[in-house]
Design a protein around this ligand. Structure first.
Ligand SMILES: NCCCC[C@H](NC(=O)[C@@H](N)CC(=O)O)C(=O)O
Length: 467
């Protein structure tokens, strides 16, 4: 009897783009929450007495458990061992729980408790609200990073050999739209209820995102069923083993790309957190207008990333793109650092942000689809977890470093702002020079990656799409 050939769900264009839409929309909400208070630095300083150091620490706290308690390494192993569905649901729930705690930290309901009084009784320069917000954001951080690696592996599952870089580019584009939305919406939410209202909206969005992840799991289960994926059909050599972690950390391609990743992203995400205040001070405009200019940053990246992804699918040149990205990154931070405020107008600001947005498209669009070329599929989740872990070390340390550099290079300014003195502003030259330095190092690492690729034949310069 002839067996009926099954057309796999991922062979259907409609099905794979629906799968992508579901997981990408959740990442939109997740990225919204990541920066939900980013444009509110001065409001948090005035309303909650959060100094720039405290604000910088909040940015770092997102990565605290991932880095120090190795949660990202665990997340990668969980993904490879337990599969996509389990990990997506766990990630979604973790984000909601962490976000809920961060919201509670900013409410009067918390401020009036004995717990708040106790939290405020030690390390008194960090307010109780900030301490609890750090805990919530650290838990959220586990969820969002777990979601990030799982979404990457999911895209490889549905799109490998097809439009993989385009799909990853589109997913990142949708996520960036979340960052654009946050810079537009958060100041409005905060005007009508303070920073806690912005965080509450972020929490509501995350609940919707969780439901979308849940919906996707039904598609995933159907695809697995069609592929006959079960413990019985997976041969022992196809299964993830803990010893694979050693293979990841001794792979020269992985090490080069991870170093480039941490340097590049250290000059992007931490910048995003300080960018509104930096532009407000450099352009001498209010926070709302500055936040509106910063919103062009993710928009530039959002528009370009899928095009670059498409180019990589059909033409390749992934390693070269990363080098171009590092050059643009350095140039834009040098402009922010060195062009004097008198010559720095709105047009210069927007142009520089667009250059930075282009860098922010070139590197991510080529970096994330490169990893499946460097490591085996069976430990791809762990490899994504490990590269995120290395990246998170930078994302944790750099906002603290920048907060400290800002205070140190502007003696007395923090005290005047906290005292409510009008018109006092920070000068961001030193922090911007630090960001530019990361760009220079990323540029050098780009060449190292190209060399390692040539030596090991990973095919980073080759197209992703099979003819
Ligand atoms: N599926 C997404 C690929 C990674 C996208 C990348 N995000 C990260 O690297 C995150 N670890 C950073 C973060 O969560 O802050 C991006 O370019 O957005």
């Amino acid at each position: 009897m002839k067996e009926k050939a099954v057309t796999l769900l991922n062979e259907s264009k409609t099905a794979r783009w629906i799968a992508l839409a579901l997981i990408s929309t959740t990442m939109f909400f997740a990225y919204f929450f990541v920066d939900v208070v980013a444009p509110l630095q001065s409001m948090l300083e005035t309303d909650y007495k959060w100094t720039p150091e405290v604000f910088g620490m909040l940015g770092g706290s997102e990565f605290f458990l991932n880095v120090f308690a190795f949660f990202l390494i665990f997340s990668g192993v969980i993904l490879d061992k337990m599969g996509i569905r389990f990990t997506l649901i766990t990630a979604g729930l973790t984000m909601v729980i962490g976000a809920g705690l961060k919201f509670y930290a900013l409410t009067p309901g918390f401020a009036d408790t004995g717990f708040a009084a106790w939290l405020g009784s030690f390390i008194t320069w960090v307010p109780a609200s900030a301490k609890l917000a750090f805990v919530g954001f650290a838990i959220f951080g586990i969820g969002v990073e777990m979601a990030g690696i799982t979404v990457s592996k999911t895209i490889v599952k549905w799109f490998k050999g097809k439009e993989m870089a385009l799909a990853m580019g589109l997913e990142m584009a949708v996520a960036r739209l979340g960052v654009f939305a946050v810079f537009r919406l958060t100041p409005i939410f905060a005007e009508n209820g303070g920073p806690s209202n912005s965080v509450l909206w972020g929490l509501v969005f995350l609940c919707i995102g969780f439901l979308l992840f849940l919906t996707y799991t039904f598609m995933d289960a159907k695809l697995d069923k069609q592929m006959g994926v079960s413990k019985l059909t997976t041969s022992p050599e196809d299964e993830f083993k803990l010893s694979d972690l050693k293979k990841i950390f001794t792979n020269p391609g992985f090490l080069a790309i991870s170093a480039l990743c941490v340097l590049f992203y250290s000059a992007i995400f931490p910048f995003q957190k300080f960018a509104t205040d930096m532009l407000a001070s450099k352009l001498n405009v209010d926070i709302k207008s500055a936040a509106a200019y910063v919103s062009f940053f993710p928009i530039g990246a959002m528009i370009l990333t899928p095009f670059i992804g498409y180019f990589l699918d059909v033409r390749g040149k992934g390693a070269t793109m990363m080098i171009y990205g590092a050059v643009l990154l350095t140039v834009s931070h040098l402009i922010f650092a060195l062009v004097p405020a008198e010559s720095f107008g709105v047009v210069t600001a927007i142009l520089t942000i667009v250059i930075l947005g282009t860098a922010f498209s070139l590197v991510p669009a080529s970096m994330w689809p490169s990893l499946p070329k460097i490591v085996e599929d069976r430990y791809l989740g762990s490899a994504y977890g490990a590269i995120f872990w290395i990246q998170n070390i930078g994302l944790l340390a750099v906002p603290i470093l920048i907060g400290w550099a800002l205070t140190a290079s502007n003696p007395g300014v923090s005290e005047q702002i906290a005292a409510g003195v009008e018109g006092v502003k920070y000068n961001y030259t030193v922090p911007e020079l630090i960001f530019a330095g990361f760009g220079v190092l990323a540029f050098i690492l780009g060449f190292v990656l190209k060399f390692v690729d040539k030596k090991n034949g990973y095919g980073l310069e080759l197209p992703n799409k099979k003819k």
